[in-house]
Design a binder for this molecule. Structure first.
Ligand code: DAH
Length: 302
């Protein structure tokens, strides 16, 4: 007869392999390996065992715990993996930027409020901490001609009033896809697929009209998923749109060629709030927890 621990292991492995999305995978992780999880409960029970039994059950417990942890790790896909599977390559750029990459090249004129000293961290030499990862769109296009399909995860900085949902440093995943026939339908399909992979197949994804200087049309993305604690709420998670021809023109000017001819190429771009996604996914109440370096908080995700 199999030991109850072996039965527990088999049930856990089955649940892990059946998990359809990150949310259910995390539920499985908590159920088995969480502080009050059933494998952890066996650790407690060890204390009550006799001398002979202890080493045998202890060894089995370790094996079961390792097997379940390994299975979860193997399944755990993060946001970057989801985009990678859709063919996006990784790109990056510096956190300390110049105004041209952060604003001018992104069709954001000098009088735009984002450029205000009150909103942005400037260095004495005029450079700044990037206010968004959209800078990497420009750097990627300067570096290579189309077609282009990249994501750029990274930090961004704003002089926000710090509270439970605002932090002076936060994280975004930027996306850019440029090709000959890219349309709004491609944009919506890509975002929808990503959100359903992350939050589960029942996730409702809404697109609402918005304004960003560097896209036209521009949209905001909202998600709603019954699988989440705040399941009835629509939560804003991203900005996106079709790359504005003025952005391609700025890149061409810097490149000194016509590689991103707006008559020939179209593209979509998006910026996802990474902290926001993690807060929804793991039901984290306060964005400040990410930066406080409390190992009890951080260990949950290790
Ligand atoms: N950069 C915008 C922000 O930080 C987000 C964003 C919106 C990025 C639209 C994009 C985009 O690439 O197309 O608020």
């Amino acid at each position: 007869m199999p030991h109850p621990l072996e039965e527990l292991r088999d049930a856990a492995l089955r649940e892990i392999s059946d998990a359809g999305d990150e949310q259910s995978l995390d539920t499985a992780r908590v159920r088995y390996l969480g502080r009050n999880g059933s494998i952890s409960a066996w650790g407690e029970q060890m204390k009550t065992l006799g001398k002979d039994e202890k080493p045998i059950v202890g060894k089995l417990l370790n094996e079961v715990r390792d097997a379940v942890a390994a299975a979860i790790e193997e399944r755990a896909q993060n946001s970057i993996d989801i985009f990678r599977r859709m063919g996006f390559a990784l790109a990056d750029g510096p956190d300390i930027e110049d105004e041209w990459h952060c604003f001018d090249a992104l069709n954001t004129p000098p009088e735009h409020p984002a450029r205000n000293e009150q909103d942005t961290f400037y260095l004495p030499d005029g450079r700044l901490l990037r206010t968004h990862t959209s800078t990497v769109q420009i750097r990627a296009m300067q570096a290579a001609p189309p077609p282009m399909r990249v994501i750029a995860p990274g930090a961004a900085y704003r002089r926000d009033e710090v509270d439970a949902t605002h932090s002076a440093q936060f994280h975004q995943i930027e996306g850019l896809y440029v090709d000959e026939t890219v349309s709004v339908a491609d944009l919506k399909g890509t975002i929808e697929l990503f959100m359903r992979e992350l939050f589960g197949p029942d996730t409702e994804v809404q697109f609402r009209p918005h304004y960003f200087p560097f896209t036209e049309p521009s949209l905001e993305v909202y998600v709603k998923s019954k699988a989440l604690k705040r399941g009835e709420q629509c939560i804003e998670v991203a900005g996106c749109g079709m790359v504005h021809p003025a952005v391609f023109e700025a890149v061409n000017k810097a490149r000194g060629d016509d590689a991103y001819d707006p008559e020939k190429w179209t593209g979509f771009a998006f910026g996802l709030g990474m902290d926001r996604l993690a807060m929804i996914l793991f039901d984290i109440p306060d964005i400040r927890l990410f930066a406080q370096n409390d190992s009890r908080f951080l260990r949950q995700f290790a």
